[in-house]
Write a protein that binds this ligand. Sequence first.
Ligand SMILES: [Zn+2]
Ligand SMILES: [Zn+2]
Length: 167
Amino acid sequence: METCVICDQEQDSKLYEKYNICTSCADIMEDVMGEYFVRTIWHSEPKEMSGYFKYLGNTTKYISDYKKLTQKSLNHIKNVSRRTADAIENTDTPSKQRYFERMQEVLDWLGKCPEFYHYYFKDYYICPTCGASIFEKYSKDEVGDWLVVSCSDCGAAIKKYFSPKIV
Ligand SMILES: [Zn+2]
Ligand SMILES: [Zn+2]
């Protein structure tokens, strides 16, 4: 039986093909990554390109989009870590306490394994259906308890997150 690389407990199911991460840690990982994903693409301005820049853009755009998705990862870990430490100190609710303690474990692991960001986002920076860049064609909708990130060109859903908790 495999064990979870983050918490050392038994691996029950495998959400990420390349990594042994248990369901409880993976749920928190999705919260951390969901916030990062939405913040990163939200803050990027869609840009119009023309002529030579358009040509250049077509060949280099995807590489730089992919970089954009991962370059702020260390900052993100630091920011969420700080908020998590505050939350652990300021909460009296045991279930919340456990949530934030596990979040801290997930963040510690991410800090040691930043390549996980590359693995995680490899399929999300371009639309799988029409090939548009997620930084230019992006829409975000709340559907019940889900936040759905989709392509504004063709409407394909790129990724959905269960009620992301902004810590
Ligand atoms: Zn785990
Ligand atoms: Zn599309």
